[in-house]
Design a protein around this ligand. Structure first.
Ligand SMILES: C[S@@+](CC[C@H](N)C(=O)[O-])C[C@H]1O[C@@H](n2cnc3c(N)ncnc32)[C@H](O)[C@@H]1O
Length: 340
C-alpha cells in the first residue's frame, strides 16, 4: 500500500475556511464536529475510547464480540465492507475476522494520516484482504467505483458462480456499510434521515447497514462520559481550535477556552461547547472576531436514541430494521438494517 489513499477527496483548505467563517457568523458561534479530527484529534479520540467513563466504545465492542456470529450469519457472503468514519478500525477487526467471503474493505475517514496508519496496520494483519482507504468527508457524495479494481473469481471481488447451463456468471458483491461509534448521533434527526437516505443509495440492492446507536439513559452516566476526570475530552474539544490555527494560520489563544458538556433533556442530546474565559480578538485569514468571557462556540451534538425512535428514522430513509442487539444494561445498540 502506498502512503496515499486509494481515493483522496480530503476537503480543501478553502472549504474549511468557509465553514469556520460561516460558523463564526452565527449566534451562538459553531464549528462542525468533523474538524476535531486531524492527526492529534484522532489520537485523542482513541484515548477517550480507553477511558473508564466512556461506556460507548466498550459496550459496542462487547455487543459486537457477543453477537458477531449472528451478524455474520445474517449477512451471507461475498461482501464489500465500507466503513464510514473508520478511525483506528478497532471494532472492524471483529468483522474482518468473522464475515464470510469478504471481497474488500473500504475505510472512509476525513483524518488522512490516521486513516493511512490504520490501513497499513490492517494490511499487516490481513495480508490477503484488498483494502481501499478513502480520505473524504462522508457528507459529500463519494463515487467509489470499485468495479475495475476488484479482481474476479479469486476469492476476492466479483466471484464467478456456476449457473444451470454450466456457464459461469459473475456475482457482484453486496455492500455492507458499517457506521459504528454512534457517530450518527452527531447529526440532528433531520440530517440523520438525509444521511441514511444517502447510505441507503450506496448500500444498493441487497445491501446492509450495521450501525452503532447510543441509547437514552441515566443522565449521570451520560454526563460522566463526556466530562472525564482526566480531562481528555476537554483536550479533544479544544483540539478543534488547534486544528483551525494550524490549517488556517489563525491565532486563537486556545488556553482561553474551557470545555463544557451537558445533557439537554428536551432534545435528548449531549451538547459540547467551548466557552471563552476572557476577552480576545482572533484573526482568521484576515477576518477578525471578538470573544468575551462567557461566549460560546458550539462544537458537537451527540443525540441519543430510543429503539423505536431510531426504527422510525431508519424506515423513513427506506431501510428495514432486521435485528437490534443491546447490552444487558441497555446502554447501547448495534442494529442491522437492510435495503430491501
Ligand atoms: C466518533 S469517531 C468513531 C471512530 C470509530 N469508528 C469508532 O467507532 O471508534 C468518528 C470518526 O469519524 C471520522 N469523521 C468524523 N466526521 C467525518 C466526516 N464528515 N467525514 C469523514 N470522516 C469523519 C473521524 O475522523 C473519526 O475517525
Amino acid at each position: 500500500m502506498t502512503a496515499e489513499p486509494f481515493l483522496d477527496l480530503h476537503p480543501a483548505t478553502e472549504t474549511m475556511l468557509d465553514d469556520v467563517l460561516n460558523g463564526f457568523a452565527t449566534t451562538p458561534r459553531a464549528l462542525p464536529s468533523k474538524y476535531f479530527y486531524d492527526a492529534a484529534g484522532s489520537l485523542l479520540f482513541d484515548q477517550i475510547c480507553e477511558l473508564n467513563e466512556y461506556y460507548p466504545t466498550k459496550t459496542e465492542r462487547w455487543i459486537l464480540e457477543t453477537y458477531v456470529d449472528e451478524i455474520s450469519a445474517a449477512l451471507g457472503d461475498n461482501i464489500v465492507l465500507i466503513e464510514y468514519g473508520s478511525g483506528s478500525s478497532i471494532k472492524t477487526r471483529l468483522l474482518l475476522e468473522h464475515l464470510n467471503g469478504l471481497a474488500a474493505y473500504v475505510p472512509i475517514d476525513i483524518s488522512k494520516k490516521h486513516l493511512m496508519m490504520a490501513a497499513r496496520n490492517l494490511e499487516g494483519e490481513f495480508p490477503t484482504l484488498p483494502i481501499f482507504p478513502v480520505c473524504a468527508d462522508y457528507l459529500q457524495d463519494i463515487d467509489l467505483n470499485l468495479t475495475g479494481v476488484l479482481s474476479k473469481g479469486d476469492g476476492h471481488g466479483a466471484s464467478s458462480v456456476p449457473t444451470d447451463d454450466g456457464a459461469k456468471r459473475s456475482k457482484e458483491p453486496s455492500h455492507l456499510i458499517f457506521f459504528p461509534g454512534s457517530t450518527i448521533g452527531n447529526f440532528n434527526p433531520e440530517q440523520a434521515r438525509d444521511f441514511l437516505k444517502r447510505v441507503h443509495h450506496l448500500a444498493g440492492n441487497n445491501g446492509h447497514l450495521l450501525i452503532g446507536v447510543d441509547l437514552v439513559k441515566d443522565p449521570k452516566v451520560l454526563h460522566d462520559a463526556y466530562n472525564d476526570t482526566q480531562g481528555v475530552t476537554a483536550e479533544f474539544n479544544r483540539n478543534i481550535l488547534h486544528h483551525v490555527n494550524h490549517q488556517l494560520g489563525a491565532d486563537i489563544n486556545v488556553d482561553l477556552f474551557e470545555h463544557r458538556a451537558f445533557w439537554d433533556e428536551s432534545a435528548e442530546r449531549i451538547e459540547m461547547q467551548l466557552v471563552a474565559t476572557d476577552h480576545q480578538k482572533v484573526d482568521i485569514n484576515g477576518s477578525v472576531f471578538a470573544f468575551n468571557a462567557g461566549d460560546v462556540i458550539q462544537t458537537e451534538y451527540s443525540h441519543k436514541y430510543r429503539i423505536e425512535g431510531f426504527r422510525a428514522l431508519a424506515e423513513d430513509a427506506g431501510f428495514t430494521v432486521d435485528r437490534v442487539w443491546t447490552d444487558p444494561q441497555n446502554l447501547f445498540s448495534v442494529q442491522l438494517l437492510s435495503t430491501i
